[in-house]
Design a protein around this ligand. Structure first.
Ligand SMILES: NC(=O)C1=CN([C@@H]2O[C@H](COP(=O)(O)OP(=O)(O)OC[C@H]3O[C@@H](n4cnc5c(N)ncnc54)[C@H](OP(=O)(O)O)[C@@H]3O)[C@@H](O)[C@H]2O)C=CC1
Ligand SMILES: O=C1O[C@H](COP(=O)(O)O)[C@@H](O)[C@H](O)[C@H]1O
Length: 566
């Protein structure tokens, strides 16, 4: 222990004295070193519900892949070595012989207590038929998890963390400088600045290219703080080391949006102001802040969901066709959309706060924080002038759902009087039960000539039976790891490096998104815009439905989409 510690400190002092020596940015270093994933904020909600389960799934997929490959190789008489190597390069998921996971937070708990907190969440999303193998895998996975307690702004904790990581690296015989460290900040952004500094000072390994930082949304609290945060992180780390995650971009049906819009002829002529009357992008949750009051009250629903998740979806729905699928080209088009959004009017905003929100001891009694918001955005460009984009997000509502609802205009000169059946709608259900369905008017089957509302339905569970749709965070974390392991890494030119990054990391447009929301957020922070109380388990304030009506949305009465049975 003593010798490890002193060697860590020796290493550290040489790092700090070398400062920004370009030789540290050694792009030729081997990619074979041990991998340490450090989850900061390991005691929290994101870590237990999403980060650790995603890591577990990646860990498990590696086990399964290896197994399947062996069988395939034997059956086909292929050389097993080649197949295995090929898969490792392509997928490179978490290899138990080289990965270690470190949780870090202030809460004083033991390794075992952290494992107990996580265990149930690892198995929650799994189907019970493979129960005992899952539990065995979970037990093995949890043995890779170690916990270190410390402050976010104190040297001591980060030195302990560095020592623990270093011990792991030494145990894997990793050449100094070739170890990989991925720091995942599952923390409220208010602590990012000190955490960035501590990581840089005490935990960043020698080879700059092999140290990565993953940061969560919201990146800042408004335009000014986001710019300040960018400046702080930019002084300490290279842009290629930073991954800004928006997990909505990793959801299957969000990933599908570009394909849907730009690989299908159907949508081309219809996707514009001549045909579309309104677009809603909706996020609903049927639970409240549940122990996250300390984080949530500082941010509120607009910073938590609308400024990032829903605005990213809006960009993909509204943008023009990018020149190609490279992240730069996609970002260029997204930025144009954001820059075309006109300032939000107070009369096109409804805020809500659910009754009982302030019962959380971490929420102040006079909190003005919205837990619900409906905001109408207007895009001033040739395609969308006059079409309201209604963004709606709420906690403690009557259901959990995220969807995009595109409502078309009425048929001109309607000879069937089908107005009463409702307008055509195209709905993309992001979750739960991924689906796309088109609500349309058809002849009621039978002898008489009457019309009814029906749907063309693509329900994923039914259409893609047996296909396991990955959780958003699996994709995202895998991307950061593929960036480490990828065969593309052989060529280090910037274009090849970027190949392995899809557009799930939002480097640019958070600033434009903050520009849209900052004035309204400041009015809320100053108490000039106030939330209306709504009952838990309701649809939110009735004023929000009224605003939707004013924006032109027409509800189809008597129609309800029923998820098809298998
Ligand atoms: N929860 C979710 O489902 C998702 C969350 N996110 C993002 O992840 C980040 C973390 O969210 P989440 O895990 O839900 O939040 P939590 O409130 O659970 O906070 C995470 C951890 O951070 C520490 N912490 C909390 N508040 C403070 C504070 N004011 N100062 C210092 N440390 C604090 C606590 O650890 P300790 O006290 O032990 O140090 C806590 O366990 C946020 O940016 C959020 O937007 C993104 C997607 C989904
Ligand atoms: O980013 C966040 O997302 C979750 C909801 O994520 P989902 O993938 O389950 O829809 C939300 O609960 C949380 O408040 C927010 O920070």
């Amino acid at each position: 222990m003593e010798s490890n510690r002193s060697s860590t400190e020796g290493r550290r002092s040489s790092v700090s004295s070398e400062g920004d020596d370009p030789s540290l940015d050694n792009t030729n270093v081997s990619e074979t070193g041990s991998l340490s994933i450090i989850v900061l904020g390991a005691s929290g909600d994101l870590a237990k519900k999403k980060t650790f389960p995603a890591l577990f799934n990646l860990y498990q997929q590696e086990c399964l892949t290896t197994l399947v490959l062996r069988i395939t190789s034997l059956d086909e008489g292929a050389a097993p070595g080649i197949s295995l190597q090929g898969t490792r390069c392509m997928q490179g998921f978490l290899q138990s012989n080289e990965v270690h996971i470190f949780g870090y937070a202030r809460t004083k708990i033991s390794d075992e207590e952290l494992r107990d907190r996580i265990r149930g969440h690892l198995l929650q999303s799994k189907n019970s038929s493979s129960g005992s193998r899952e539990s065995e895998d979970a037990a093995k996975f949890l043995q890779l998890v170690k916990y270190i307690s410390g402050a976010y702004d104190g040297e001591e904790g980060f030195r302990l963390l560095d020592t623990a990581i270093y011990e792991h690296e030494v145990s894997k015989n990793t050449q100094d400088g070739s170890s990989r460290r991925l720091f995942y900040l599952a923390l409220p952004p208010s602590v990012y600045p000190s955490v960035f500094r501590m990581i840089k000072l005490f935990c960043m390994n020698k080879c700059r290219r092999l140290g990565r930082i993953v940061v969560e949304k919201p990146f800042g609290k408004d335009l000014k703080s986001a710019e300040a945060l960018s400046g702080q992180i930019g002084e300490l780390f290279g842009e290629e080391q930073i991954y800004r995650i928006d997990h909505y971009l990793g959801k299957e049906l969000v990933q599908n949006l570009l394909v849907l819009r730009f690989a299908n002829r159907f949508f081309y002529p219809l996707w514009n102001r001549d045909n579309i009357d309104s677009i809603q992008i909706v996020f609903r949750e049927d639970f409240g802040t549940e122990g996250r009051g300390g984080y949530f009250d500082e941010y509120g629903i607009i910073r938590d969901i609308i400024q990032n998740h829903l605005i990213q979806v809006l960009c993909l729905v509204a943008m023009e066709k990018p020149v190609s699928l490279t992240p730069e080209h996609i970002r260029d088009e997204k930025v144009k959309v954001l820059q075309s959004v006109v300032p939000i009017k107070d009369e096109e905003v409804v805020l809500g706060q659910y009754e009982g929100y302030k019962d959380d001891p971490t929420v102040p009694n006079d909190s003005n924080t919205p837990t619900f918001a409906t905001v109408v955005l207007r895009i001033h460009n040739e395609r969308w002038e006059g079409v309201p984009f209604v963004l709606k997000a709420g906690k403690a509502l009557n259901s959990r759902k995220a969807e995009i609802r595109v409502q078309f205009k009425e048929v001109p000169g309607d000879i069937f009087k089908c107005k009463k059946q409702g307008r055509n709608e195209f709905v993309i259900r992001l979750q739960p039960s991924e689906a796309m369905y088109m609500k349309l008017t058809v002849k009621q089957p039978g002898l008489q000539m009457s019309t009814t509302q029906s749907e063309l339905d693509l329900s994923y569970q039914q259409r893609y039976q047996g296909v396991q749709i990955p959780e958003a965070y699996e994709r995202l974390i895998l991307d950061t790891l593929v960036y480490y392991n990828s065969v593309y890494f052989e060529c280090d030119c910037i274009t090849c490096r970027k190949k392995c990054q899809t557009d799930k990391f939002d480097h640019v447009n958070h600033q434009e998104a903050w520009e849209i929301f900052t004035p309204m957020l400041h009015r809320i922070d100053d108490g000039k815009l106030k939330p209306i109380l709504y009952k838990q388990g309701s649809r939110g304030p009735v004023e929000a439905d009224e605003l939707l009506g004013k924006a032109g949305y027409m509800q189809t009465h008597g129609y309800k989409w029923v998820q098809p049975n298998l």
